[in-house]
Design a protein around this ligand. Structure first.
Ligand SMILES: Nc1ncnc2c1ncn2[C@@H]1O[C@H](COP(=O)(O)OP(=O)(O)OP(=O)(O)O)[C@@H](O)[C@H]1O
Length: 288
């Protein structure tokens, strides 16, 4: 950057610094410089620290999910190709974020990777097992034993308490009552909801409901967590609490695949998939 440009930018920042000194925005105390950068977009780049992924980036990593030539077509009379020849490898312990414009196929891709949906063509391997010919009962076992799921809309059962919601997957797994209650209590404590065990979803804030959903997703000790816009319905403070929890889970070794529209969350990711029109437009890897 030319020196007079730098000077202009610095003056702009200084002017804003005077206006926004120690300002509180979105529930977070930004330094003046950070805030100026954000609103002026002077040099704020959510992709800073990432580079286009190469084969070298994956050396020594263990493949968890391998998607080959995945297509998904919806409709019978009028067919719409929503995923078009997607090739993708996800490695153990990665924190993968899927971004892209509305309707580009992010949720469809995540649903296929999580065995909530099946591709129209292509092959999907999970831990080297080909999933295409799996019976629905086997897919259900994967979803219950290996995967954990959280969604923008929480999907809690309104007639059950927080504790009962977290216990539910363990009931399906026939765990003894004492064991599952103890585990659900521990998980609710972990997500910061001690004392809210007997509240029903309607008696909890959005952020608290999402934390119950996270506790429920953890009840089966998943190896991989699928999160579709987990902060999409939350205010920024609750969103940050939820992201902090998800980051902690990643730090503990859980692989995370998350769909988001919010590029400010990229700071948590180790890999970024940018999608467009049903295809992977760009694959980015965090610098070591
Ligand atoms: N079950 C379905 N039947 C028909 N069309 C579908 C179905 N599910 C998704 N679609 C279509 O597939 C396209 C991709 O949807 P998808 O939800 O994967 O996009 P997205 O990138 O997650 O969008 P958004 O960011 O808005 O959530 C959309 O045009 C959508 O209308």
């Amino acid at each position: 950057m030319e020196s007079d440009t730098i000077e202009k930018e610095t003056n702009k920042e200084q002017g804003l610094k005077n206006n926004f000194n120690n300002s509180q925005h979105d529930g977070e105390l930004y330094t003046e410089r950070e805030y100026c950068k954000k609103i002026l977009d002077v040099s704020y780049n959510p992709y800073e620290g990432f580079h286009p992924a190469t084969e070298k980036d994956d050396e020594g990593k263990k493949v968890f999910i391998d998607a080959k030539k995945i297509c998904r077509i919806f409709g019978t009379d009028v067919k719409t190709k929503v995923l078009d020849d997607v090739n993708l490898k996800i490695y153990e312990k990665e924190f993968v974020m899927i971004l892209g414009p509305s309707g580009c196929g992010k949720t469809t891709l995540m649903n296929i990777l999580g065995l909530l949906d099946t591709p129209s063509s292509g092959k999907l391997y999970i831990s080297n097992n080909l999933t295409v010919n799996m019976a629905e009962s086997e897919r259900a076992v994967f979803r219950r034993k290996i995967g954990g799921f959280i969604f923008q809309q929480f999907h809690l059962i309104n007639t059950l308490t927080a504790l009962q919601n977290v216990e539910l997957p363990m009931v399906l797994d026939n765990l003894e009552t004492d064991t599952r209650t103890q585990r659900a209590m521990k998980l609710l404590n972990l997500v910061g909801l001690k004392g809210k065990e007997n509240n029903r979803p309607s008696q909890l804030s959005g952020g608290q409901q999402q934390r119950v959903a996270i506790a429920r997703a953890l009840s089966n000790k998943p190896k991989i967590l699928f999160a579709d816009e987990p902060t999409g319905n939350l205010d920024s403070v609750s969103g940050k609490q939820v992201m902090k929890l998800i980051k902690e889970l990643h730090d503990q070794g859980i692989t995370i695949i998350m769909v988001t529209h919010d590029s400010t969350l990229l700071k948590y990711a180790t890999k970024v998939i940018r999608m467009k029109d049903g295809q992977i437009e760009q694959l980015l890897q965090r610098d070591e």
